[in-house]
Design a protein around this ligand. Structure first.
Ligand code: ADP
Length: 453
């Protein structure tokens, strides 16, 4: 940038100097020619017929008086009759421009380049009448040529050029300092991130562009950071999931392995062998239940299965009938507060799991003779119980995979701690919010908010 400014300013000023010197040389030369013309016409007027003879001697005498100016006398036809110069000249001068003009107008000028470029000759010719006959007197003066005049200017031009380079350097420094410095300052600050401001209106657009760019970078960096966190979280969650599955599988497998070994040793009596067979059978079933639960949990994310209108009122009433025998065993009353024709966008098997898990939990974690209330409106589904409740420190965890409050009961009745995790996943898929309110020893209320107003 700086180099370019220096180069352009140098080019402009050098061109200006050249043009200026050429034009001024031309003007000066024209002025000099004009002055010389005046001087030569005065010289011719110094001739008086009686004083000088019209031959070589007369010409030389007049030349001497005119400080060595060359003098030529010609007759009325332009033939040379007297010449002050020593060299031989052509006798007939009638074709010379100044002579032709003098023959026509009484006087004439001409400037001709001499053999060397350094000199021009200026001629002035005037008609005079001597004893009734017309003669022509021509005086000639050496002029400095325009070219030699220009050449003589070259040393001064060189000096101006040096001054020019210096001037351009100063100009470039000032230009770059006052013009580029604020831009450099702005970009330097912008490179450090954050918002930048300027007091120069010319730089407002640049400032806006830089700020916009910084905002985009910041936004992208935040996005990358969030994506990174999500990936990390997903990885953690995957590891935890695998650890949990391994743990859940290990217990029944150890039991199966132990009893199988005992059976094969032949050490068990008939009754003990029966117990061993029953345990192996129940633990195998538990294992296959666990696998089925995990497969089911993963299938909830299957996007290839499209949602459709599900009559949730009907589904919830059917579910009450399914779980009623289980409730009756413990004298638990189910209260139906289900409104008719509540339709939701989902899938039948998903809604069966959502309502089933919440209702079964409300029975399972209830007290003898307690109640379970199922409320359904177009806004929300509420499953409330009068059971054991959830401790405040566990409220956030109940929706996590494989979380069970009472570990010793984990696995009984298929409770792997996946029921509420499945519910949360189903709700997320539909954009619903699932939450819980609970009081330890008094009961819990699970609410699914459909997000409708
Ligand atoms: P589980 O198969 O163990 O029931 P869930 O995911 O359904 O798994 O529930 C996780 C845990 O949350 C349960 O182990 C239980 O401790 C607690 N919980 C769930 N529902 C209730 C409820 N209605 N009342 C009290 N505790 C509950």
């Amino acid at each position: 940038m700086r180099k370019r400014i220096l180069l352009v300013s140098l080019l402009v000023t050098v061109l200006a100097i050249l043009i200026y010197s050429l034009v001024s040389t031309q003007l000066y030369y024209n002025l000099m020619v004009e002055q010389e013309q005046g001087r030569l016409s005065v010289y011719v007027n110094m001739f008086s017929p009686g004083e000088y003879t019209l031959d070589n001697d007369g010409a030389k005498a007049l030349s001497q008086r005119l400080e060595g100016t060359r003098v030529t006398f010609m007759d009325g036809e332009g033939n040379v009759i007297g010449e002050s110069a020593a060299e031989q000249i052509e006798p007939d001068h009638s074709d010379r421009q100044e002579v032709i003009e003098a023959m026509e107008n009484g006087s004439g000028y001409a400037v001709r380049s001499s053999d060397t470029l350094a000199q021009d000759m200026m001629y002035y010719c005037e008609a005079v009448t001597v004893e009734g006959s017309v003669y022509y007197i021509r005086v000639a003066q050496v002029l400095q040529s325009q070219w030699s005049m220009y050449v003589s200017l070259l040393p001064s031009l060189a000096l101006y050029f040096i001054i020019d380079v210096f001037g351009c350097l100063v100009f470039t420094f000032i230009a770059t300092y006052f013009v580029l410095h604020p831009v450099e300052e702005l970009t330097r600050k912008a490179a450090g991130g954050g918002e930048v401001t300027t007091r120069y209106s010319e730089l407002t657009t640049l400032t806006e562009i830089l700020n916009e760019r910084n905002r985009n970078i910041e936004w992208r960096m935040r996005e990358v950071e969030e994506e990174k966190k999500l990936v990390e979280r997903a990885q953690d969650s995957k590891n935890e999931f695998i650890a949990n599955i391994t743990h859940e599988m290990n217990t029944p497998l150890t039991s199966i392995k132990g009893y199988a070994e005992l059976l094969s040793s032949g050490m068990l009596n008939g009754e003990q062998a029966q117990t061993a067979y029953r345990t192996i059978s129940s633990q195998s079933e538990r294992l296959s239940n666990l696998i089925a639960c995990i497969i089911n949990y993963n299938e909830i994310d299957d996007d290839t299965l499209p949602p459709y209108d599900v009559d949730l009122s009907k589904l919830a009433r059917e579910m009450i009938e399914v779980v009623r025998p289980e409730a009756e065993k413990r004298n638990i009353t189910i209260i139906d507060e289900i409104e008719d024709n509540v339709i939701v966008q989902s899938r039948h098997e998903l809604m069966t799991q959502l309502v089933g898990n919440l209702t079964r939990n409300a029975i399972r974690y209830n007290k003898e003779g307690g109640t379970v209330t199922i409320k359904l409106s177009y806004k929300k589904l509420v499953v409330a119980d009068t059971g054991i409740g959830i401790a405040p420190e566990n409220m956030d965890k109940v929706f996590s995979r494989f979380f069970t409050v009472d570990k010793s009961h984990s696995g009984k009745n298929g409770g792997f701690g996946l029921g509420l995790a499945v519910c949360r996943k189903i709700c997320r898929r539909s954009g619903w919010k699932i939450s819980v309110e609970s009081s330890l020893g008094k009961g819990s209320t699970f609410t699914v908010d459909f997000g409708r107003r």
